[in-house]
Structures are given as C-alpha cells and as structure tokens.
Design a protein around this ligand. Structure first.
Ligand code: OGA
Ligand code: NI
Length: 266
C-alpha cells in the first residue's frame, strides 16, 4: 500500500511532457487516460479540483501493457497492488454475504466481473470555498476500496450532515455502492460522499471499483425477500448505467427511483 501510494504520487509529480500523451477527455475506448475534473469536462457546469488517471485492470495481465510507463516502477508496483486489492475485495464481499445471510458464493455470479481503477490527485486549492474535489455522489457499482493518504478530504453524509472520514494509516475505506443497496434490499445503504479541497496540501487517493458485468441482472437477493417485500425491481446493470450517465449524479437518492417498487395504496 505504501509503495503504491508512493508511485501514484510520483506519477502526478512527473513533468507535464511525461504524461501529457495520456491526456484525453472524450474517447471512451481509450483504456488508460488522464483528465481533469470529470470525463465530461467540456460540458460540465462546474469544474472540480482534481486530476484523475483511469485505467482498465481486467484481465490484469492483459491490461498491464496499457498502463503508464512512467514512473518506471508503475506497472510492477500497481500490478501487485491491484492483484492484492482484488483478493481483498472478494474477501470483503464473502464476509458481506455471510453477514446478510446469503449463500457464500453469492457475489461470484456476475457482481464482481469488471473492475475500474482511478487514481485521484487533488492539488492544493487556493480557495476551497469555491469548488470541491468531487461533488456529492454515490458510487454506481457494488463496493469500492479506497486508499487515501494522510491528508483528509473525504466526507460522508450522515443524517444530512457532512462528516470527515479521518484517514487511518494502512486502512482502506470501503464504500457501499448503489448496487449493494439493491442487492441487500435496502439493508446496506449506498454511501453518499464527496471530497473537499485543502488550501495547503495536495491529496492523492486510489479507488478500486468492483463492478457487475454489463448483463448482470440486479435485484434484491432472493434470500432477503422471503420475509420482506422487495424494494426494487429487476434491471440490467448496463441499463442502470445509461440512467446514471443521463441523470444528475449529484442527487444520488434519485438514481434508484426508477427501479423502486411502489407500494400500492388500497
Ligand atoms: C471516488 C471517490 C474519494 C476520494 O473515486 O468515487 O469518491 O477521497 N473518491 O478520492
Ligand atoms: Ni466515490
């Protein structure tokens, strides 16, 4: 973890010429790219104070050649990091299924088929009152394993109040995504979070997103709807992502709205 964080920081410290070739905001087919704010920079109303490196990591061995060649240790260190984080993600999902009372291999059925990896860099912001590092959102996937350095910035919304998630050395923050809320039939809630900026210090984080396959059918786990009514209807992950991209992701509570089963008034 320490080595990976070091390499992520080294990447963002590289001179512009060494990373400008990765800069790309449009092309969804480019598998390793660098952008500022969001991948929709041209059309967004507000720009956010972050640079983001995003690259594929499945299958790990095949995506290796797409990753940055600088710093020279990037591929070796991040390859090992992602292989370990992948195992940890699976282990956490096994424990969550045990906790929810689901069969032990529940998440093996398409829920952890795809992975996204982003490295976020939030430079010092001269006036943190003007913008955020990342706006309020809930991750659209199942769970996300976030590595953060010692500079705080992540906030989570609890009872309509923003609370700072204090960085804890050698620990990951595990964020529940929208799909975990659906699968658990509302027992686990997708965490609403955002990132604030810091006037003096830069901050680096890395997010490992455990993502269902495009064709994965999402619905509340059957084991959880024997006693309780299902809160959500079935949908394909790809369909959800279409809505996710079209709707305002800063209103996370609205994103599952189209899939909610409305109670009939008798
Ligand atoms: C994200 C995210 C938080 C952070 O990448 O989705 O919420 O602290 N990152 O960088
Ligand atoms: Ni997030």
């Amino acid at each position: 973890m320490e080595d990976a964080m070091k390499v992520f920081k080294e990447f963002f410290e590289l001179p512009f010429e060494k990373k400008s070739h990765l800069y790309n905001t449009h092309d969804e087919n480019v598998k390793c790219k660098l952008y500022t704010s969001s991948s929709n920079y041209e059309n967004e109303e507000i720009h956010y104070w972050r640079d983001c490196l995003i690259h594929d990591c499945t299958p790990l061995k095949e995506s290796f050649d797409l990753w940055p060649q600088n710093p020279p240790r990037y591929r070796e260190v991040v390859g090992e990091y992602l292989s370990q984080v992948g195992k940890l993600g699976s282990r956490i999902l096994d424990l969550i299924s045990e906790g929810l009372g689901l069969e032990s291999d529940f998440f093996a059925h398409g829920y952890k088929e795809d992975f996204f990896f982003t490295v976020n860099h939030y430079p010092p912001c001269p006036d943190p009152s003007l913008t955020l590092g990342l706006p309020k959102h809930c991750d659209p996937n199942v769970i996300t394993l976030l590595l953060q350095d010692i500079v705080p910035g992540l906030q989570v919304c609890v009872d309509n109040e923003w609370q700072l998630v204090q960085p804890c050395p050698n620990a990951f923050v595990v964020n529940m995504g929208h799909q975990m809320q659906v699968i658990s039939n509302g027992k686990l809630k997708g965490a609403e979070h955002r990132v604030v900026t810091n006037a003096e210090k830069s901050r680096t984080t890395a997010s490992y997103f455990v993502v269902p396959s495009k064709d994965c059918i999402l619905e509340p786990a059957k084991a959880l709807t024997k006693k309780d009514l299902p809160l959500y209807k079935q949908f394909r992950y790809a369909e959800f992502m279409e809505t996710y991209k079209a709707l305002n992701t800063q209103e996370p509570e609205n994103l599952l709205e189209p899939y909610k089963i409305k109670k009939e008034v008798i």
